[in-house]
Design a protein around this ligand. Structure first.
Ligand code: NKO
Length: 208
C-alpha cells in the first residue's frame, strides 16, 4: 500500500510538470489563451509550429513513461512480486495523468492526457501502445482531426490490451484511461458533433 501511494504521489508531481505551458511561455505565448487553449502538444504545434509541438509531445510522453517505469525498480528493490509491481505501475500512470490534467503548477488546469498516457502505456503494454498509435495515425491522416484520432486510439486501448491477452487488471485500467481521455475531450466532442472542430492545418512556416 505504501508503495502504491508513493507511486501515485510521485506520478502526480511528474505529470504536473506543465511542459506545454513552459515551452509556449519560452516563446512568449500563454498557451491557456490561444488556439484551443489546451496546454498539449497539439495546441503548441498549432500555435508555435512543429518544433515546439514535438518537444512538448516528447516531454509529456517522457514524464508518463518515467512515472510508470520507476515504480518497477522501486517495487523490485522492496521484494514485491509481479502482480504487485503492475499495481504500482498503474498507480504511477494514474498519478501522472491526473497531475498532467490538474497541475498544481498551473492552478489545477492542464492537458488532455493523450501524450502522457502514450508514454506510460508504452511502458506498461508496449504492443497495445503500438496498435493504438497506428489507430491514431490512420484516423489522423484520414480525417485531420487530432481529437478524433486521440478518441479512437483511447477507445482501442482496452480492446487491444484484452486482445493481447493481458491481465484483467490491465484491461480495466486501460478502460479507465479511455474514460479519462473521453471526459477531457468533451469540448472537442461537442465541436465534432456540430461539425465545427478545427481540422489540423500546418502553421505556415515563415518564408525567407
Ligand atoms: O488542442 O483540443 P486540441 O485540438 O495535444 O487537442 C486535442 C488533442 C489533445 O492531445 C494532445 C496530445 C497530442 C498527442 C499526439 C499523439 C501522437 C501519436 C501517438 C498516439 C498514441 C495514442 C495513445 C492514446 C492512449 C490513450 O487530442
Amino acid at each position: 500500500v505504501a508503495s502504491t501511494v508513493l507511486a501515485l504521489a510521485v506520478g502526480y508531481v511528474l505529470g504536473a510538470l506543465p511542459f506545454g505551458y513552459w515551452v509556449a511561455r519560452a516563446h512568449g505565448v500563454n498557451i491557456f489563451e490561444v488556439g484551443s487553449k489546451n496546454p498539449g502538444a497539439t495546441n503548441v504545434r498549432r500555435v508555435l509550429g512543429a518544433g515546439p509541438g514535438n518537444v512538448v509531445f516528447a516531454l509529456d510522453a517522457f514524464k508518463g513513461a518515467v512515472a510508470t517505469i520507476w515504480p518497477v525498480w522501486w517495487a523490485l528493490s522492496r521484494g514485491h512480486v509481479s502482480g504487485q509491481i503492475e499495481i504500482v505501475q498503474i498507480a504511477g500512470l494514474i498519478g501522472a495523468m491526473t497531475g498532467h490534467s490538474f497541475s498544481l503548477f498551473t492552478k489545477f488546469r492542464g492537458g488532455k492526457g493523450v501524450a502522457t498516457a502514450s508514454g506510460g502505456v508504452l511502458m506498461l503494454v508496449p504492443l497495445a501502445a503500438l496498435v493504438v498509435t497506428m489507430i491514431w495515425i490512420i484516423t489522423f491522416y484520414a480525417t485531420r482531426y487530432v481529437s478524433l484520432a486521440s478518441l479512437l486510439a483511447a477507445a482501442g486501448l482496452p480492446l487491444a490490451t484484452w486482445a493481447l491477452g493481458r491481465p484483467t487488471s490491465l484491461v480495466v485500467f486501460a478502460a479507465l484511461i479511455t474514460v479519462f481521455v473521453v471526459l477531457r475531450h468533451r469540448s472537442n466532442i461537442g465541436r465534432l458533433l456540430r461539425g465545427t472542430e478545427n481540422r489540423f492545418v500546418k502553421k505556415p512556416q515563415p518564408t525567407s
